[in-house]
Every structure is written in structure tokens, then in C-alpha cells.
Design a protein around this ligand. Structure first.
Ligand code: AMP
Length: 275
């Protein structure tokens, strides 16, 4: 496995096709499932690449950026064991010149859900992902459906800017009790960790309700606990991410929930017949 910290070293060619898994590190079984999917797409002779970069420009809260776990050595061990060929783990200074002045701006899909409460977040995500695409020049890149809005926005960016990268989605990987795996789970107290599976459980049960109001009400009732605070809970169109989806279209029940300073997200698809 080749590990580089200087993005310029990526100019050295790797066997094609190259399939990229962009991450912020603190790798868990969810990330490793994306790596396996990348290997499937790259084939045994292609290159599976992982980027590990806690991207400062996508954080809206300084405390969240500071507290984000960075267990680099353990991450590299996991990548090695998973058969990754190439890792980029740069410092922020190597990615962003101090006088940088160009950003990717998304003006529609990023206005709801996480984008509504995290201003600038998805512009930071788009900017770093486009940079990673330019550095690695991958044939394909794998993104998790846990971050459904991110996936939709990356797809839109690739479409609108004619970026020649196939976007491969991957279903949410969960702990045995249903909690969506996340690097942020490491920051939950034991009590918060025991409470957090209610998010997935409630979204799943609520998605079976006959109409939108009942769905959102049931999910809210199930998720709320003395240990958390709901940031948002919404039923949105699965493609446009706009609220109040047409009952005939695929929808998504999506939530962000704070446990103390730790913000967890999850989502549940809703069949088109509902509503
Ligand atoms: P992150 O390191 O949290 O930025 O995530 C890197 C990639 O892994 C993103 O495409 C995420 O959507 C994906 N990912 C993170 N957690 C999960 C999970 N539990 N299941 C599936 N994909 C995930």
C-alpha cells in the first residue's frame, strides 16, 4: 500500500481503473464496506484508493472540527488489511493555499436538511470532492447513502460540471442494534450510545405510516428523549430533496439529532405509495 501526504505525488500513475473512496478517517466497518465495493468496481488489477482528510472548509462549528477523531495509524492499518492500494492523507495546508479564492457553489439541493442548518457545508464538500477527483482522476468513486444529501449533491455536481467520474452509491451499514455507523459514534457517552438506536428504529417504524403528517409525528415521538435534541426531521422527495414530496414519488424520512455536541444523521426510504 502506498501512502502519500503530498497531493502532487498522485501524479505518479496507478494501474487503472482507479476507484476512490473519499473519507474523513476514523474508519469503521461502514467505510470498509465501501472499500470492498471499490475493489469490486476496480477489479483485482485496478487501484483502490482512499483519501483520509478532515476537510476544514466543510465544518460549520469549530468545536466539531477540533473534536473530530484522527486515529491515522489505526486507519492506515485498516486500509492495509482491507487491501487498499493507495492512501492520500494530506495536511490541510497541502490542500488549500492560504489565498485560495475559488469554491464550488450548489444552489438548490443544499438548501434543505443538513444544508439548512449547516451553511456552506455542502459547498465545502463539493469543493474538496472536486479537488480529490482532479488529483486522483478516478474512473469511479463510492459514496454512502447514510449521507444521502451529500450523495445527491455530488451526483448533481458531476452532472452539471461534466465531471468524468461514475458515482457508485452504497447502502447504510449499521451496528447490530440498528445505529448507523459513524465516526462520531465514538464521541457518544455510554448512556447516549445506548439511547441512539432509537433514531433508526423510529424512522423505520414511522415510514410505514399511511400519511406524511402521521409519519413525521410518529418519528418525532419515537426519537425524542431527554438525552437528545432533534436538529431536523423531515419527509423530502428522494430526488429533489424538497419538502412535501408528491405521494406518487419516492421519498425519504431524514433526521439529524444532537446528543450533546455530537450530531448524528440517518434516513429511511419511503415507498412511493405512501402519503
Ligand atoms: P465520512 O468519513 O463520514 O466523511 O464518510 C466517508 C464516506 O463513507 C461517505 O461516502 C459516507 O457516506 C460513507 N459512510 C460513512 N458511514 C457510513 C455507513 N454507516 N454506511 C455506509 N456508508 C457510510
Amino acid at each position: 500500500m502506498r501512502v502519500v501526504t503530498d497531493p502532487a505525488e498522485l501524479r505518479q500513475a496507478s494501474p487503472p481503473p482507479l476507484v476512490l473512496v473519499p473519507t474523513m478517517g476514523a474508519l469503521h466497518a461502514g467505510h470498509l464496506a465501501l472499500v470492498r465495493r471499490a475493489r469490486e468496481a476496480a477489479g483485482p488489477d485496478g487501484t483502490v484508493a482512499v483519501s483520509i482528510f478532515v476537510n476544514p472548509i466543510q465544518f460549520d462549528r469549530a468545536a466539531d472540527l477540533e473534536a473530530y477523531p484522527r486515529p491515522l495509524e489505526a486507519d492506515l492499518d485498516r486500509c492495509r488489511e482491507a487491501g487498499v492500494d493507495l492512501v492520500l492523507a494530506p495536511q490541510a495546508g497541502a490542500m488549500y493555499p492560504p489565498d485560495r479564492s475559488v469554491t464550488v457553489l450548489e444552489t438548490s439541493l443544499s438548501k434543505t436538511l443538513c444544508g439548512a442548518t449547516r451553511p456552506g457545508h455542502f459547498d465545502g464538500v463539493c469543493t474538496v470532492v472536486l479537488k480529490l477527483f482532479n488529483l486522483f482522476r478516478p474512473a469511479a468513486a463510492v459514496f454512502g447513502e447514510k449521507d444521502f444529501q451529500q450523495l445527491a449533491i455530488i451526483r448533481r455536481m458531476v452532472r452539471d460540471l461534466d465531471v468524468p467520474v461514475d458515482i457508485i452509491p452504497f447502502p447504510t451499514v449499521r451496528e447490530a442494534d440498528g445505529l448507523a455507523m459513524s465516526s462520531r459514534n465514538l464521541r457518544l457517552s455510554q448512556e447516549q450510545r445506548a439511547d441512539a438506536p432509537r433514531i433508526h428504529r423510529s424512522l423505520r417504524h414511522a415510514a410505514g405510516r399511511p400519511d406524511r403528517e402521521a409519519m413525521v409525528a410518529a418519528a418525532r415521538e419515537g426519537i425524542e428523549s431527554p438525552l437528545n435534541r432533534i436538529d431536523y426531521l423531515e419527509l423530502v422527495d428522494a430526488e429533489t430533496l424538497q419538502p412535501h414530496p408528491d405521494p406518487g414519488r419516492r421519498a425519504l424520512l431524514a433526521a439529524a439529532v444532537f446528543y450533546g455536541e455530537v450530531r448524528l444523521i440517518d434516513n429511511q426510504p419511503v415507498a412511493p405509495a405512501a402519503g
